[in-house]
Design a protein around this ligand. Structure first.
Ligand SMILES: [Zn+2]
Length: 480
């Protein structure tokens, strides 16, 4: 007997060329966050042509959209991203080969991320049309994940996620696994300082260097490190340090990320950091402007949703790679450092350790690992987190990259633009499809996910990480 909804996951496989073509085009566009005009247009057009109702430019962001099909409950949200990373341009080859120097590349595989959701929702539409399930399926075109945490703008207040019952997302990975981990919450802030210029040799006493404030602020921030929770992270770059040594800089700027396991911890550290900046201003008789440009929560993923995803992953099996792909991966693996066993132990349950170590020594991950890392925090951040505070959300990864490949790397650009990435993406589309259909055909399961959500969040409430009246920071967009 055919397994439940098998024909819809097969439909995705049979039409995979359509999706790999879309993915490869977005890989080629490689547009940075807030500049994903061609990518969002292509995805939205595909959905529109297939009868979806498309609302383009939601939440005041031209490259954000929501595409909807069907009606009534439940409403399932499939999240898609399609922004690239600066400077990572790379050919789909197993050695460092730049095609266009300095141009962006899909080092996080968001070309695959955005396209898998399209495959998933188009197959779900087929099931709705056939009368096999009831409800609404939505694709959320979420821009600027990498640089501006744009999902926060789509959420509040009165945002486009209001009436969602279940949200499903995924991310290209080097393992096939469900993420039960949390991530650090984040704030991203520019501190801009204004001093007084002067000739650095002739009349420096008339000047007040804006670069001095940046340096004093950084010293203060570095002294803070001893007196903050050890899991927090503060990192910065100087984005403007002046024009020439013989000109006392009238303007200077530093860009900070503050991360910690919980949102309130980020807010506390950020407030202290602001005092450090103000103290440095006082020392130097300069002026400060704060430009807050992004923030996320810590994600809390829903076990009910994750368990349904896991069930579907096992039903579908891992992506299978052929000899050529194994060879490609073996070559590419020579360019990355070996995996650290201590790190593996942190994320894999003890009874899985043997199989994990064996799998992780392969060039391409060969199995499906159960939900891992519950109660632990992964140091990076994601704006998927903010959606998880709004609705029950599940997330998984499929093997699209070589084992041990670092995040945001040219190695990931390479595999995201060829059949290894394609296979992981098609598998992800099938998992999204079967998971959504399970919820659409089983109202009790939706109820259970909601119960868990209500329980998890009974003492928590979501308050936007952005300051009052904050708008998407288009002024910070740079094309390179
Ligand atoms: Zn990513």
């Amino acid at each position: 007997m055919a397994r439940k909804f098998d024909e819809y996951s097969k439909w995705i496989k049979n039409n995979q060329h359509t999706f790999t073509e879309i993915s490869d085009k977005i890989w080629g566009f490689a547009e940075l966050g807030f500049n994903e005009y061609k990518s969002s247009e292509l995805l939205a057009k595909t959905l529109k042509e297939n009868g979806f109702n498309v609302d383009m430019g939601v939440a005041s962001m031209p490259t954000a959209f929501v595409a909807s099909y069907g009606n009534g409950k439940p409403t399932i949200a499939v999240l898609g991203e399609y922004d690239a990373l600066p400077g990572l341009n790379q050919a789909a080859e197993p050695l460092r080969k730049v095609l266009n120097d300095g141009e962006p590349g899909h080092g996080c595989g968001h070309n695959l991320l955005g396209t898998a959701g399209i495959g998933g929702v188009l197959a779900i539409k087929k099931a709705i049309d056939a009368g096999e399930v009831k409800g609404t399926i939505r694709y959320y075109g979420c821009p600027a994940e990498e640089n501006f945490n744009a999902k926060g703008y789509m959420i509040s207040p009165g945002g486009v996620f209001e009436d969602i019952d279940i949200a499903i997302t995924w991310h290209p990975a080097f393992i096939n696994a469900i993420s039960a981990q949390s991530n650090n919450a984040l704030s991203s802030v520019f501190f801009k300082f204004y001093g007084t210029t002067a000739h650095a040799a002739a009349d420096p006493y008339n000047g007040r260097s804006a670069l001095d404030v940046v340096e004093l602020m950084n010293v203060g921030a570095n002294y803070m490190r001893e007196h903050m929770i050890s899991d927090a992270r503060i990192h910065y770059i100087i984005t403007n340090g002046g024009l020439a040594p013989n000109i006392v800089p009238a303007e200077a700027e530093v860009h900070y990320f503050v991360r910690a396991p919980e949102r309130f911890q980020v807010d506390e550290l950020y407030n202290r950091l602001t005092k450090v900046a103000e103290g440095a201003v006082l020392m130097t008789e300069t002026r400060l402007e704060i430009d807050f440009i992004g923030g996320t929560y810590n994600p809390i993923r829903n076990d009910v949703v994750n368990n349904v995803i896991y069930d579907k992953m096992r039903q579908l099996g891992p992506p299978r790679f052929n000899q050529d792909e194994q060879e490609f991966a073996r070559e590419l693996k020579k360019t990355v450092p070996p995996l650290n066993i201590t790190e593996i132990k942190k994320i894999v349950p003890p009874d899985m350790l043997d199989v994990a170590v064996k799998s992780l020594s392969e060039p391409l991950f060969p199995i499906i690992s159960p939900p891992f890392g519950k109660g632990t925090v992964e140091a990076g951040s994601t704006d998927v987190a903010d959606v998880s505070w709004y609705t029950p959300l599940g997330e998984f990864g499929t093997a699209c990259h070589i084992v041990g490949s670092p995040g945001h790397s040219w190695q990931n650009v390479a595999t995201s633009g060829m059949s290894i990435g394609h296979k992981g993406m098609i598998k992800a589309a099938q998992i999204i499809c079967l998971t959504s259909l399970e919820f659409m055909s089983n109202p009790e399961l939706v109820e259970k996910a909601r119960e868990e959500f209500n329980n998890t969040f009974k003492d928590k409430s979501y308050k936007s990480p952005f300051p009052e009246g904050h708008q998407p920071p288009f002024h910070r967009f740079k094309n390179k």
